[in-house]
Design a protein around this ligand. Structure first.
Ligand code: FRU
Length: 491
């Protein structure tokens, strides 16, 4: 008999799912233009792919409330990355080889079909676990079917614990490669690779030699891609110590840039950095779309953290789709251009601030975009107050003296994850100008600075009945030029 945490969607009691949906709908913190679950808990984006013009996004999902229970793959699709349609659950863990969840993984296109790879998570009564790598097929009509010969990789290779998961598959030189996050028997994190000629039969190839020997105890959700002439790895290491501006969340995400040699799996790393500097960002995944763009979605959330919206029986969202590029070794993230479709008419503001605060909107519905720049800055600080009511405010500050940009969410009644701090920062080399794009969606904040060189993604849970304002300020003098858009369309 399965306990409730390990129930699949097919084991719902009569009326239970309808009830869950209705409860979640009561919550005004639900976003209107980000991808989020109608009910239950979402985490990692999975199986990102564009097939015959349509974008498919899958995500980790547990239906019965805001807890990390039996993971399914939920499914949405879109023609334009803006309007999303919900589809029936794609993968439910009904088989022995996935008895405790269909965990994360990626997709690859083969012969006009999408091959979806995922980890069958298996737990034993003594608390130990193993992992099977599995496959499902995404057909042209959007239906998903498990591969009849699953698993494609049974168990874990010698030298690793049961923590081997999150396959990311790509094709190169007529071979298929599968990258997995893994934990060595000495409890350090790493990446391992399998190879295959047909994407079905896999052979263990070895470990990626990364020059990051002591970097946490487990690396989750790895990704690999070529971008602007370099090789890039992205992964979510667990067990990294905070230092300076970096690694303040419970778990963190990095990208590493260099040259990867597929023959001997050496990665000549030139640079690595945290991808996103906000409070709530984990387990991103990328894919190449039919226009050749490298796009990324991420989970806006963290594992092992409770969120204020949990009481409504739903949790989390995905970031907006971001187009990636490299400037030197710096990853640049831009919201995809299609997102301008969300915009209502622009309202423009411009002027010179002199030790003052200017109100952009005094009673916002918290669904808007700001596209702006500060220029001719002669101020110790410039910035914004968002979600700003009598009792609460979120500040985004460019601080000349501290040479940092700061997001401060300390002034909210609904606090969470405070063990990990209430302020996030990144180095900001004081300059006479800075450009900022801000997306607010009810309880989500995404901030893109200087064309996406620094990004903060965070959840904010303002009090339900408060009307909030948006203001821009300078301590000292600065010019500002703002286009402010209400955003309306939803999933
Ligand atoms: C990352 C992760 C993955 C795993 C999935 C389970 O958030 O822990 O490693 O596949 O979530 O939901």
């Amino acid at each position: 008999m399965s306990t409730s945490k390990y129930r699949t969607i097919f084991e719902a009691k009569p009326g239970e799912l309808e009830e869950l949906k209705n409860k979640a709908k009561q919550d005004s913190w639900q976003p209107i233009y980000h991808i989020y679950p109608e009910y239950g808990l979402m985490n990692d984006p999975n199986g990102l792919i564009q097939l015959n013009g349509e974008y498919h996004v899958f995500y980790q999902w547990y239906p019965y409330g805001a807890i990390h229970g039996m993971k399914h793959w939920a499914h949405v699709k879109s023609k334009d990355l803006v309007n999303w349609e919900r589809l029936p659950v794609a993968i439910a863990p009904t088989e022995k080889y996935e008895s405790h969840g269909a965990y994360s993984g990626g997709a690859v296109v083969k012969d006009g079909k999408g091959l979806l790879y995922y980890t069958g998570n298996v737990k034993y009564e003594d608390g130990s676990r193993t992992a099977n790598q599995c496959m499902a097929i995404l057909h042209e009509d959007g239906t998903v079917e498990k591969y009849s010969q699953n698993p494609v990789v049974e168990g874990v290779p010698v030298g690793y614990t049961g923590h081997v998961r999150d396959p990311k598959v790509w094709k190169e030189n007529d071979m298929y490669y599968m990258l997995l996050g893994a934990q060595r028997e000495n409890e350090t994190g790493t990446l391992i690779v399998y190879e295959s000629t047909d994407a079905l039969d896999w052979r263990f190839k070895g470990e990626v030699k990364t020059k990051l020997p002591d970097f946490g105890y487990m690396w989750e959700c790895p990704d690999y891609f070529k971008l602007d002439g370099k090789d890039v790895f992205v992964f979510s290491p667990q067990g990294i110590q905070a230092e300076g501006h970096n690694f303040h969340n419970i778990y963190n995400v990095i990208y590493a840039v260099g040259t990867f040699n597929l023959d001997d799996l050496t990665f000549d790393m030139e640079y690595y950095r945290e991808i996103d500097k906000g409070f709530d960002f984990y387990a991103p995944q990328t894919f190449e779309d039919e226009q050749g763009r490298r796009l990324m979605f991420s989970w806006i959330g963290n594992p092992d953290v409770e969120y204020p919206s949990d009481q409504y029986g739903w949790a989390h969202a995905l970031t907006l789709p971001r187009e990636l590029s490299l400037e030197g070794t710096e990853l640049v993230q831009k919201p995809v251009s299609e997102l301008t479709k969300l915009r209502d008419d622009a309202v423009h503001f411009r002027g010179r601030l002199t030790d003052e605060e200017v109100i952009i909107d005094e009673a916002t519905n918290n669904a808007y975009e700001i596209d702006m720049s500060f220029t001719n800055i002669e101020a110790s600080q410039v910035g914004f107050q968002l979600f700003n009511s009598k009792e609460e405010t979120l500040t985004l500050v460019f601080d000349h003296e501290k040479e940092e940009v700061r997001v401060d969410r300390s002034h909210f009644k609904h606090q969470y994850a405070t063990d990990y701090g209430v302020v996030r920062t990144e180095k900001w080399e004081s300059a006479s100008c800075v450009d900022v794009r801000i997306f607010v969606d009810k309880s989500i904040l995404e901030v893109y600075i200087n064309g996406g060189k620094t990004v903060f993604t965070s959840r904010i849970f303002p009090q339900k009945d408060s009307k909030s304002a948006v203001t821009v300020f300078a301590k000292g003098e600065a010019n500002y030029q703002i286009a402010y858009y209400g955003l309306s369309r939803g999933i």
